[in-house]
Design a protein around this ligand. Sequence first.
Ligand SMILES: Cc1ncc(COP(=O)(O)O)c(C=O)c1O
Length: 443
Amino acid sequence: MAKIKNKKNSGQKLWLKGKKYILGGNMLLSKRPNLFLPDLWPTYFSKTKSCFIWDLDNKKYIDMSYMGVGTNILGYNNNRVDREVERAIKKGNISTFNAPEEVELARKLISMHKWAYKAKFARTGGEIASVAIRIARNYSKKNKVAICGYHGWHDWYLSANINKKSSLKNHLFDQLNIGGVPKEFGKLTFSFEYNDFDSLLKVYKKNPDIGVIIMEVKRNFNPKKNFLKKIKNFCTKNKIVLIFDECTSGFRENFGGLHLKYKIIPDIVLFGKALGNGYAITALLGNKKVMKEANDLFISSTFWTERIGSVAGLATLKEMKRIKSWKKITKIGKIIKEKWKRIFDKYLIEYEIKGLDSIVSFEFKRKNFNVYKTFITQEMLKKGILANNSIYVSIDHDNKILKKYFVEFEKVIKKIQILEQKGIKLEKLLESKASSLGFKRLN
Ligand SMILES: Cc1ncc(COP(=O)(O)O)c(C=O)c1O
């Protein structure tokens, strides 16, 4: 089997420096090489276009993995979005006055979500979730929060891990270091399991003073047995503020929040990630009940006022609507799921396929799945394709790209079958340490 030629690629060298100078090496756990191919992952990009990334050695790859961790439904450097952003930069990004585009972005998002009364913008998902918790607690006058999903790195969320019985173990990963999060907060945040209404009832029974529920609408599995409706009714009955965190699910299956498709309306919804197609903008929409009470709250930040975010948001919405991007990526994702199934069935690998159609992922029923995943990444990297076990689909993953991916992917899966049949341990063929598995998503 051909080995990876450029073992000491410039990205790996820079990563060593990054670890020396930057806390944790970088700013986002999901972009650390240990999640992919620890000793060989190129790690840094020099440029991007469409669904291609160039590394620091100018090697070009097709991105069949995270696509900016879900930020780029319209592909990297989308011309129509970038043109608007460039125009905005020329006029100036920030000043003593406000950027007028934020008003139009708020109006647009509210017009798409008729139940919403007012908007607020931030620049990251974790930030906007914290804003939502503040607004919700202010309305409910209760501090306790029940969570189901991932909602960022802030204290209010991670403190769920302090409570052993209701921790983030099933949501993220086991060894999450939450040093620095005040132990006292452990009495405030509790997790429950997706599609398990009884697990919420159990948490509520012990904490009848829960005033807020925040959850992802859907992630890995479809809601079952009226799960979302039951939650909504439960919130109405017990005067709990319901927040749907759609930072990731928004704009992927329909134009706006996924809750519109399920016809379950929350008090607050959050959008992030793909809203600016790679430029930082996150949004909160709230109904009249909660937002009227929140108008005077001190929720304020300098860089929430910059122009690029609002301009990118508007341009992204316009382009999504023009090409109906949610239909395209859902169709592509369905094709990927089908092709994966056919390949895994053909080579007799036991598997599970999960996720929204536009964020597809698979797992093999193997105890050391991380070794399998690493092997796939390693072999695909040799062919110029970034791949692990999930794909955030973009409109640029067209038939030509998929064909290239599947030709190489099938070869790797065939190799795995042959190695298993021969009783050869996959570990022996890894040219790097095995990757870790990264975030779990319980829903
Ligand atoms: C549903 C959801 N909420 C919040 C976040 C946090 O967003 P950010 O990483 O921008 O802080 C994420 C990120 O993955 C997410 O998927």
